[in-house]
Ligand binder design. Sequence first.
Ligand code: C2E
Ligand code: CA
Ligand code: CA
Length: 476
Amino acid sequence: MSASSDEISEQLEVLTDRLDTAEQNIEGLRSDLEDRSLEEKVRELERLVNRDPNTDLPIMRQFYLQLQHMLEPDDDTPKPSHLAVGLLRLDNGYSRIRNTRDRNRVLLFKTGDRLRKAIGDNVYQSDRFDEFLVILRGIVTAEEVVATALELLEEVAQPHAGPANDISFGAYIGLALYPDHGESREDLVRNAEIALGNAVRTDSRAVVYNDTVGAAFREREQIEYELRRISRSGFENFSLVFQPFVDQNNVIRGGESLIRWNHPEIGPVSPGRFIPIAEEGGAIRFLGQWSLYQSCRHIRELPDDKRASLYISVNLSPQQFKQPDLVDRIGGILESTDLEANQLNLEVTETIVMDEPENALAKMKDIKSLGVRLALDDFGTGYSSLSYLGQFEFDTLKIDRSFVDRVDESDSAQTLLRAMLSMARAFGMKALAEGVERQEELDFLWSEGCDLVQGYYFSKPLPWTEFVELLEKGVP
Ligand code: C2E
Ligand code: CA
Ligand code: CA
């Protein structure tokens, strides 16, 4: 599971702290060891070696030993017929707490303590400071396991009295059952970890491993693997399709370029699935550069008279947007493809604005000064405030298709869409409605003065040659 550099450095700090604490403890111990009985000394030493200094919970090695002992007893302890291994990780609510390190340590201790009170000795500290391992015994079905897991999560989520306000945070838990999901401790822990990854990604609190979760994980691994080697393997399995933007006179004014991927093992994978993974792993920078170049090259190929009134619209991902040399890259592509800047439009989402508004503002100004157009994509789906809309000089507002869907059937949907259109006008932007599928939706949009539409009503995204044919033929 990938951790952000913030998480890693936080973990490093915690580990360093642990080492410090252990050293101090040893120092302290050395001075008062003389006064104790041998038995006491051994107990104290054991505790130091086997327990986590933050939570006083037994550490991961103890967990492995205990699990091993349960699954392959070397004495005549009976082997359990069933058990569950759970991996519980605190959610972002915890990392967002701005507290002193000591207070955070107390919160970790209290969390461990709550778990211990709930299920006794079967709680361990994982190698991550914000992760706990549990062994649940005497539970047979997945439903029972989930019920117990949810009780644990509820315990964790109880508010802690803080200096000013109460503090609360939640957790996710991934679980694997013995013997259904593995007979060895390694398999059980691995599958609990896969289930935890699924829980975090899908924002479901408790996930029990199953074949579907396992298959999704393996598919994700296959996708990640291929994306990692993209810089070496090239783009032969990738292609672009183009979807027209149509105006009120039924004239095609441009088109959005959308990526398609035929994975060598899995087959076609939708961009909705692989773009977020490429974004996480960094491959999007290669893909984005490739798609930007190809898109510009394609439109430049059109005869001048046909091209004159058209532009090509390319999605720019947040990772791409963050590249320090982005503006030079865009300029370089325009130069090498010999395309006029105003024939290129870049689509960005609100995410890039939210991260670092000042930086984003400066960068967008640079992009605009190349002469390239900008569109705000998926408008209405983000969480950011509207205050930036005036500052950023977007040429086009792309209204997300969720606002267009069945707009003719609901008064409140119409009010909302009308408001978006007048907002676009107020800021001097063109409004483009996405995902128009039905005549009724189109009628409403045209009657309210929307400038452009995109959607299956006019055309699905098409391979380049078919897109060119459509340009010639025109839309009905
Ligand atoms: P998006 O930018 O919002 O693109 C529009 C999506 O809506 C496309 O899905 C398109 O095929 C789909 N769509 C268009 N008209 C209709 C319609 O009438 N009804 C419905 N139900 N859907 C319609 P697609 O091609 O699967 O792309 C999904 C997302 O993947 C895109 O959403 C975009 O965020 C991302 N993406 C695609 N290509 C690229 C790329 O080259 N670079 C980057 N960074 N992202 C890309
Ligand atoms: Ca888009
Ligand atoms: Ca969109």
